[in-house]
Each structure stands twice: as C-alpha cells, then as structure tokens.
Design a binder for this molecule. Structure first.
Ligand code: ZN
Ligand code: FE
Length: 241
C-alpha cells in the first residue's frame, strides 16, 4: 500500500509534508517549521506522529521539532553532518541510508549546496522526493554554504529519478521563480504553460506543489543547466533579480 502525502503550509511560505504509510498508519512529518498547523493536521490522522524528518538546519524547517517530539514522542531523523546545528537526532542519517515509515522505505540522498549537510528523502511508492531547499519548482535553493559545483552535482542526482516523482519542496516560491525562469528561457513552451498554470493556482490561493520531476526537467532552468558554470551564472542572476 502506498504512502499518502499532504502539504501543510507553515510560517509565511514554507511547506511541511505529512506522510502516512497506509499499510500501518505510521506517520511522519518532513521539515516542521512550526508546530501548530501540524498538530491541527495530525488531528485527522489519529493524533499520531512517529517520525520527524529534517532536511537541513535552517530554523524555518526545524522550528516545530521540539514541541512535536515532546507531544507525540516522535523519533527525529536528520543529516548527521548537521547534527550540531539540529535538535538532538534519534536517527542521524548519511547518504544512501534508508529510513522506514512502516512499509514505506525512504532513501537518503546527500544534496549539499544550500547547506553543506542538506539531505533529501526519496520514497518510491508513489515516487516522491522531499528535497527541502535544494530543488524548488522552477528554482533551486540559494548557495548559503556550498558551491555551485556542489549544487550542480546534487541537482544532477535528483535529475535522473523517475519522471513521475512528486517533487515535494520546502517553499511556495513557484510564482517568483516562474518570472525569473521566463526571463532566462523566454521561448520554452512548457515553461510558458507551467507559468500560466502557476498564476491560476496562486490566484485561487492553491499550492503549486507537488510538482513532478518530468515537469521540472522540462521547465526548471536550474535543473536544465548544462554544467556548474551555467548553474553558477543563473544563481548569481537570480540572487539580484
Ligand atoms: Zn533553508
Ligand atoms: Fe527554507
């Protein structure tokens, strides 16, 4: 049985992701930036939280961890490489480790760039990627700690996951990203169609995520950058756009 996935808006423009393994009822939350909206969502899944999965150490992704752990006795998993900047980890994770939410098994992919220890979680039924601030719909994370070379290698690893993979990212940045993407890739018809859809969704107050990896491969200039130099140039332009 599959994993069901739900985006929970937290703070001003973050998403936490609620995962429920339908075979066992076990649940997990990815990147709880604050606790109250997640506690509210957990009312609908039996007030149960088994795991908290962290992608990186920024406060907008970890702020609710302490309160949720205390209330639900959830186990906290996150990047071992950032554990001195994180709430205490019950399960420190490294590249290629796995973590089971009931019968759903997630694989850890190290994706340095935005931060040096940043990890993503990939589940395969349905294929879903929880990528924090590494890959956004139509964008990528800022290079706060890592280099463009590191981010290029990280995005290259995500690039080849199955096309129908749900891209579950950490922020609702898609509209602003679409404006920049069209600025640097004005003749891309798939991007024009996506930008149109994104405007319609945001006008209705709806989330633009999850996206899919096939859609990002067709439209996301950062994922389409041919090499690290091109990615570095795009990132520099976007930082001041
Ligand atoms: Zn971040
Ligand atoms: Fe963030």
């Amino acid at each position: 049985m599959p994993l069901t996935i739900r985006a929970i808006p937290v703070l001003s423009d973050n998403y936490a992701w609620l995962l429920r393994d339908e075979a066992t009822g076990m649940t997990a939350i990815v990147d709880p930036g604050e606790a109250p909206p997640i506690e509210h969502a957990l009312e609908q899944v039996g007030h149960r939280l088994d795991f908290i999965l962290l992608t990186h150490h920024h406060q907008d992704h970890i702020g609710g961890t302490g309160a949720l752990r205390a209330r639900y006795h959830a186990k906290v998993a996150g990047p071992a490489a950032e554990q001195h900047h994180l709430p205490p980890l019950d399960i420190p994770l490294h590249d290629n480790d796995t973590i089971a939410i009931g019968q759903s098994v997630g694989r850890v992919i190290a994706v340095p760039g935005h931060t040096l220890g940043h990890i993503a979680y990939y589940f395969d039924q349905p294929p879903a990627l929880f990528c924090g601030d590494t890959l956004f719909s139509l964008g990528c994370g800022r290079l706060f700690e890592g280099t463009a070379e590191q981010m290029f290698t990280s995005l290259a690893q995500l690039h080849d996951l199955p096309g129908r993979t749900l891209v579950c990212c950490g922020h609702e940045y898609t509209l602003a990203n679409a404006i920049f993407a069209q600025h640097v890739d004005p003749a891309n018809p798939d991007l024009a169609a996506r930008a149109h859809d994104v405007r319609a969704l945001r006008n209705k107050g709806l989330p633009t995520v999850p996206s899919t990896l096939a859609l990002e491969r067709a439209t996301n200039p950062f994922l389409r950058a041919p090499d690290a130099q091109a990615l570095a140039s795009l990132r520099r332009q976007k930082d001041v756009f």
